[in-house]
Design a protein around this ligand. Structure first.
Ligand code: CAA
Length: 241
């Protein structure tokens, strides 16, 4: 498939699986990362995928990073807004720093990247924008007022952008993963994971990053052109929308 993709947070966790799933379908991938050079270099050596370091929470950094990708590789046809962080605290213990960091990296980032690719997609009459939301943006989660707000915000963003771009050959969809076996989920205290999360996943297991990679590959394909503004949930039955 003769397309070029940018995957934010594309070198680790779910992002790693998304980057490789797109590569496996013949897409040329640029994987963005924020700070972990060691992981990014290991990813580049393992996969042969080019990596680009910039802060998705910073509009000007995104503008420069995307210009660099377009100069090095070509115009971006597929954008996957995957980068995300957690700063879990109950609201009564949450500081403005915890709120702002999560809203900036998980939600404002989608504006920062999408705004910098949307004009090119409109001119070329093709685009695939895929926003990685979360089950916790759909149902809320104890300790995640910031993260749930950001991930719910991505679903509203998805629908508005889908409406604006449907007539231009561009689709915009969200994916809402449940609990996937990544470092982010492994950071949840074990007793909370075992008592409050795992018992409520009907499949009886965490998801695998590759299972989300395959969702992205489907929505990114040329054949998925009639699907826009939707949220694809992949959560083992934990929350049915
Ligand atoms: N539901 C109900 N009660 C919960 C709870 C939950 N999900 N999680 C914690 N509690 C309870 C604890 O059992 C404890 O109860 P007791 O006081 O009766 O023992 C109490 O809340 C702890 O309250 P504190 O105010 O002391 O909370 P804390 O400062 O210890 O912080 C926390 C707790 C940081 C929120 C911790 O519970 C936690 O990390 N929870 C997991 C949050 C989570 O699921 N994050 C998802 C990360 S993965 C991800 O985000 C990816 C994705 O998209 C799915």
């Amino acid at each position: 498939m003769d397309r070029i993709a940018l995957v934010t947070g594309g070198t680790r966790g779910i992002g790693h699986a998304i980057s490789t799933a797109l590569k496996d379908m013949g897409v040329t991938v640029a994987a963005n990362y924020g700070g972990n050079d060691e992981a990014a270099n290991a990813f580049r050596e393992e996969t042969g995928i080019a990596v680009f370091k910039f802060d998705v929470g910073d509009f000007e950094a995104c503008k420069a990073g995307i210009a660099q990708i377009e100069a090095d590789i070509g115009s971006i046809d597929i954008l996957v807004n995957n980068a995300g962080i957690t700063r879990d605290k109950p609201l009564h213990k949450m500081d403005p720093d915890h709120w702002n960091a999560v809203i900036t990296t998980n939600l404002s980032s989608a504006f920062n990247t999408t705004r910098n690719v949307i004009e090119g997609m409109r001119e070329r009459g093709f685009g695939r924008i895929i926003n990685i939301s979360s089950i916790n943006g759909q149902k809320g989660q104890f300790g995640q007022a910031n993260y749930s707000a950001a991930k719910a915000g991505l679903i509203g963003f998805t629908k508005a952008v889908a409406l604006e771009t449907a007539a231009k050959g561009i689709t915009c969809n969200a994916i809402a993963p449940g609990y996937i076996a990544t470092e982010m989920v492994k950071a949840v205290p074990e007793e909370i994971l075992n008592s409050k999360i795992l018992p409520f996943i009907p499949t009886g297991r965490l998801g695998e990053p590759e299972e989300i990679g395959r969702c992205v590959a489907f929505l990114a394909s040329d054949e998925a052109g009639f699907i826009t503004g939707s949220t694809l949930t992949a959560n083992g039955g934990q929350y049915m929308t």
